[in-house]
Design a protein around this ligand. Structure first.
Ligand code: GDP
Length: 609
């Protein structure tokens, strides 16, 4: 029983609609358009909103969307078939009108709609009567494997296993499993890897070849090259309060560098990206020859794109994204979304499949990274100030990702913009956490003493030692800031693993009782699949433990250690894709000025090169 069926153009014009009840479905259809179709999540053709399931089909040639909505508790096996049939019928019937672009007309489709629906319902009933049969060998995935891919080679087992761990470990709740692709190229790559491992083994004979290389997945404290190595500026690693209570010399060279909005991140020089975009010359640059797309250059098409024709390019692109640290499941979904978006689209004579798929993926990636809403913290702080209250930001994340360090950088930026800050030390768990913030506060105070701000002390620390209730301390700190007329409160929270239920409950409580203006999730750019797991579980825990109908979830992301990942920038995509929230800050090093705003084009350029 369908509640709604609608055909509308991607431009928003409804061509035909059937509605079984007087209920209003527009919020659900709008949510589908906003969260799926415009946000490049159209790989999977179904979407749940409130009590409804919406399933849709895109017609990329005529830029149409076919949507059905039905109650989520129903299991309707015929909807895919119905969408296909109704799509074909509508196209056949109104081909001329659609080709002429005459969208505003009376489409008389009711009889066809009723017929197709009746036939599909009959079909579903007849299908239900057929006993389930075993798949034949030809239907199975195994039959599609090549002989080469089935030959076992020494050392291969290990590499295959490790890939599997990456692909399955952190798949977020309720998402599909994707079969592992197997083809000659993979087999060749594996053989290469096996050779590499074997040759390594020869060079280092002392290492026992028998002992299996077990990947230790427990989190270990990372040892960073500290500031002194490559640069003269002091590092911000004050994890063990190295300075004690000694007087600190202000880092005068940093003062004044962070006034105004945060500067954009630069991943690649502008020249090289514009060079790529306008590169129509016959002589290819040496960097680009033999790249991953060169083998597809010959696939020039002048007809409609099909799933089959795009598959090799999509597989390559997916592997490329995974190699750049995009979570495997998200890389899959992105490619599926591109396939859905392009299926049936007619290529221009000079457009190749690879070029079109690549351009569409690039466009989708930029879209994902471009914030849906603008987070203007300086403006919001001033707005809160006008209301006579401090602006409150809470930082959460797992241990060691850089919460305190980046909180201190953000504090520096706020002070540089003449906003006074109270840092609330609510990590009452980790030894040294309070001292670390005390050191930052002292350093920041030395750089921006009251004398430079008309007698105003710009940075304060609110601390109550260890073992106390973090939510209570945050509440007292906010009250203190309001009374002292301070502009911003930055709440540092204890690092916690996403699976630690009591700690996640405590975080949800802290957020619920204090209602911060902004909840920032701090995550490392180094992680791939793990980033998705952390974010999904943090968000889930905030929803589950908040006991509110409208829980405050993660509002934005601080992506740290961006300076350590070279061009493996995929975590930025995974994190924004999974939350739909913007990356508000990017940590790019260990000094107070190493804080940037995300530049979607620069990141996508690094991702696609
Ligand atoms: P917390 O446990 O989440 O509060 O993490 P910390 O703030 O103590 O940071 C852990 C380590 O990461 C410290 O050594 C920091 O100096 C380092 N760190 C933080 N942010 C960055 C960054 O953007 N780049 C680099 N290279 N290191 C960072």
């Amino acid at each position: 029983m369908l509640d709604l069926f609608s055909i509308f153009s991607k431009g928003g014009i409804v061509l035909w609609c059937f509605q079984s009840t007087s209920e209003i479905f527009s919020p659900s259809v709008n949510a589908l358009i906003r969260s799926v179709i415009l946000q490049e999540r159209s790989g999977n053709n179904s979407f749940n909103h409130n009590s409804l399931t919406l399933q849709y089909k895109l017609d990329n040639e005529f830029e149409l969307v076919f949507v059905v909505a039905y109650q989520r508790i129903l299991q309707l096996s015929y909807v895919d078939k119905f969408l296909n049939d109704v799509h074909l019928e509508f196209r056949d019937k109104y081909k001329n009108e659609l080709q002429s672009g005459r969208h505003i007309m009376d489409f008389d489709f009711k009889t066809s709609y009723d017929n197709i629906l009746r036939l599909c319902e009959q079909w579903a009933k007849s299908q239900a009567k057929i006993p389930k049969q075993m798949r034949t060998f030809e239907d199975s995935l195994k039959s599609k494997k090549t002989v080469a891919s089935m030959i076992e080679r020494k050392g291969e087992e290990k590499s295959k296993k490790s890939v599997k761990i990456v692909e399955t470990k952190n798949v977020p709740n309720g998402v599909e499993e994707y079969p592992e692709p197997e083809d000659d190229m993979y087999a060749a790559n594996r053989a290469k890897l096996a050779q590499k491992i074997a040759s390594k083994g020869k060079k280092e004979p002392k290492k026992s070849p028998k002992s299996p290389k077990v990947v230790d997945r427990t989190k270990k404290p990372r040892v960073w090259e500290l500031g002194g190595g490559t640069r003269d500026l002091p590092s911000l690693d004050f994890g063990t309060d190295k300075e004690g209570d000694v007087e600190v010399a202000p880092d005068t060279q940093l003062i004044g560098q962070m006034t105004g909005a945060i500067r954009d991140l630069e991943v690649e020089s502008e020249e090289s990206s514009s060079e790529e975009e306008t590169d129509h010359s016959a002589a290819p640059s040496p960097k680009k020859t033999g790249g991953m797309f060169s083998i597809f250059k010959g696939l020039v098409g002048s007809k409609a794109l099909s799933e089959e024709s795009m598959r090799p390019v999509l597989d390559q692109l997916r592997d490329h994204l995974i190699a750049k640290n995009v979570a495997a499941d998200i890389a899959n979904k992105l490619c599926e979304s591109v396939a859905t978006k392009l299926d049936g689209k007619v290529l221009g004579t000079f457009d190749s499949v690879a070029k079109t798929v690549r351009a569409t993926l690039t466009e989708s990636l930029v879209q994902i990274l471009s914030p849906r809403r603008r987070v203007d913290i300086l403006r919001d702080c001033l707005h809160a100030k006008q209301q006579g209250r401090p602006y409150v930001m809470t930082f959460c994340g797992v241990n060691g990702v850089g919460k305190s360090t980046n909180l201190a950088k953000i504090c520096f930026w706020l002070i540089e913009n003449d906003l006074s800050v109270l840092v609330a030390a609510c990590d009452t768990f980790r030894a040294g956490a309070v001292e670390q913030l005390r050191t930052h506060a002292r350093r920041l105070d030395a750089m921006h003493p009251p004398s430079a701000h008309g007698g105003r002390k710009m940075v304060h620390l609110y601390e109550k030692g260890y073992g106390k209730d973090a939510a209570g301390i945050a509440m007292e700190a906010i009250r203190y800031a309001a009374e002292a007329k301070l502009d911003v409160v930055l709440v540092d929270t204890a690092g916690r693993m996403q699976d630690n239920e009591p700690l996640m409950r405590a975080l949800a409580k802290l957020i619920k009782v204090n209602e911060p203006d902004l909840v920032l999730f701090v995550g490392e750019a180094l992680v791939g699949n793990e980033a998705v797991d952390q974010l999904v579980k943090f968000n889930q825990a905030l929803a589950d433990h908040s006991s509110s109908t409208n829980p405050h979830m993660i509002d934005g992301i601080v992506l740290t250690k961006f300076d350590t990942i070279d061009d493996k920038v995929g975590a930025a995509i995974s994190m924004t894709y999974i939350t739909g929230q913007p990356i508000v800050f990017v940590g790019t090093g260990q000094t107070y000025t190493d804080l940037k705003a995300l530049n979607a084009n620069a990141v996508v350029h690094a991702l696609m090169k």
